[in-house]
Structure formats: C-alpha cells, structure tokens
Design a protein around this ligand. Structure first.
Ligand SMILES: O=C(O)CCC(=O)C(=O)O
Length: 299
C-alpha cells in the first residue's frame, strides 16, 4: 500500500481482515491486484467478444434501437436479447454495419445483464471465491447479485462517465448494505480511463444528481481535487461503496479499457419502489437526489 495509490493491495484475499474492513468503512473502497487470474481475464474478454458477435445482427435473437440523435451517453444505438434485459450499447453517433462486426465491437461502450450468458460470467458474477469472499466480508452476509455491467471504454472514442454515486441509480432500502466490484480486464490507467474516486466521499451522504450528457452530481457537492485514480493491472479489482462518488475520464489511448462491474446487496436489504426511494436517497433539505428524479425534473 502506498500514499499515491491509496488503499491498493498486491493480492486479493478470500475474506477481509478486521483492519481492511475498518479501512473500507473509513475510505469507502479497497483495491486489490490479482483478483482474477490471467486465464480468467482472457476467458472474460473472449466471452465479451463472443456474445457481442452472437447477438449483433441476429434478427431471431436480438432487436435494435437506433441512435436517438441526442448525443448523450445513453442515446447510442443498442441491441438487446429479445424478451430479456441482456443488452449492448454503442457509443453515441456510431453507425453499426453488418459487414463491420470487428469495428462494431470496438465501439461497444456498455453491456448489461449478461451474467447468465456463459459459464465464465456465471462463475465470475456469482461463484468466484475471491470476489464473493470480499463482498461477503463487506456486506456481513451472503451477497445477493443486484446488477451486471461490462464497461468497455473504446479506444480514443470512449467518453467520460461523470461523477456519480451508484445509489443514485438504484432503489435499495439500506444505502450502506450494497457495494460494487469493478474488475479490470485490461490494465486500467489514468490515460485509458481508470476509475477515480474520492476517498471517504461515501460519508457525504446522498448528493443531488442532474442530467447533462449523463446523470451526474451537481456542481459544488464534491471537491474533485480530492480524487485519486485507481490504476489496476488486468485482473485487479476495486471494491467500492455504492455511496462513494466516482468517475472515469475519456479513453485517450489507442487500446480498449474493458472492465466488469457487479453489484451486490445483503439479503435483508430490500429493493423498494422508486417513489419510496425518493424519501431515502435525498439531500439534507429533503430534495430527492436520484437520477430518476433528475430525469423527471429535467434539471
Ligand atoms: O467507466 C467505467 O468503467 C465506470 C462506469 C461507472 O462508474 C458506472 O457505470 O457506474
């Protein structure tokens, strides 16, 4: 562990020590190299590629929604497995073509809900001893899988994901009994868009979000000069509180920056309707702070 890189450890254990738990509770995150083996990283990358190829332009299996022209992070063309949540989002403005599958793959920015698509993803999201072990230590009980994402910042065109708290997107009763793990599948650096977090920022409470190109924390709520980059080698993992403000800068390199992100809640932490959640994820003056509220209000 060094000052410059924050709470980053060489090897990922299968459970946390009391000291690491205390650090998580104080800082809101812990990062470990070597959470996944090289073989696991290679298998995950190969499976991301194979499911993109499987569903893109397969009219029997998937349906497309075209870029809506708004140019926001959410507006790009996407295709989804029919009747299911599993879906694939392209960078806004990119026009997909069936003859250019390799190019399409290099313009995928996000995959969602693919955890049951291949044995590798079932293992990584629900059975991996180190990932599950650390999450169990943090939550204090058996983790219940809550969300899956593949975050693939394409080379040169991968855009910024602005500052946000993941709980702004969620709808879970106890804001502290949910956490994420972000797993690097390529070496993640400041240049290609690694995670940046504000150590201890999970203690700021819910911060109001508004919609710009994306859903982001409103000006003045956080001090970005307090942020640190969490650079990780491929296979490294960042475990982070769903209250911690985090962002990723654009990918300025010529390489993809692929990552998996899974979220887990404790079994006793219930998913609740958005209208109830507005009165939980709110700022000190009572204003709801969620992305759903920001969208409705069109701030
Ligand atoms: O760009 C990334 O990998 C991080 C994205 C992120 O924080 C999120 O989607 O919640």
């Amino acid at each position: 562990m060094t000052e410059a890189t924050g709470l980053r450890f060489e090897d990922c254990p299968e459970s946390l020590t009391p000291q690491q738990l205390e650090q998580y509770s104080e800082q809101g995150y812990l990062a470990f190299e070597n959470a996944l083996s090289r073989q696991e990283v290679e298998a995950a990358c190969a499976d991301i590629s194979s499911i993109i190829h499987k569903y893109a332009f397969n009219e029997e299996l998937a349906e497309w929604t075209l870029d809506d022209g708004r140019g926001t992070n959410y507006s790009g063309t996407n295709f989804r497995k029919k009747g299911e949540d599993c879906g694939f989002w392209l960078e806004a403005g990119y026009e997909a073509h069936p003859d250019k599958l390799e190019e399409l793959e290099l313009n995928v920015r996000k995959l969602m809900w693919f955890q049951n698509e291949t044995p590798t993803f079932i293992h990584l999201s629900q059975k991996h001893p180190r990932l599950q072990g650390v999450i169990r230590s943090i939550l204090g009980s058996v983790p219940v899988h809550y969300q899956t994402m593949g975050l693939i910042k394409p080379p040169l065109v991968g855009v910024e994901k602005p500052w946000h708290q993941d709980n702004a997107y969620f709808s879970i009763q106890n804001l502290d009994k949910i956490c994420g793990v972000w797993v690097a599948l390529d070496d993640a650096t400041a240049e290609n868009g690694c995670m940046h977090i504000i150590p201890g920022g999970h203690k700021l409470g819910p911060l109001r979000h508004h919609h710009t190109v994306d859903c982001e924390i409103m000006e003045g709520r956080i001090d970005p000069s307090q942020a640190i980059p969490v650079e990780l080698k491929a296979g490294g993992a960042l475990f982070f509180s769903s209250m911690i403000p985090h962002e990723t800068p654009p990918n300025r390199s010529s390489q993809r920056r692929r990552a998996l992100q899974f979220h887990y809640r404790s079994a006793d932490n219930q998913v609740i309707p958005k209208r109830e959640y507005y009165s939980i994820f709110k700022e000190a003056d009572g204003t709801p702070a969620t992305c759903a509220y920001a969208e409705q209000k069109n701030f």
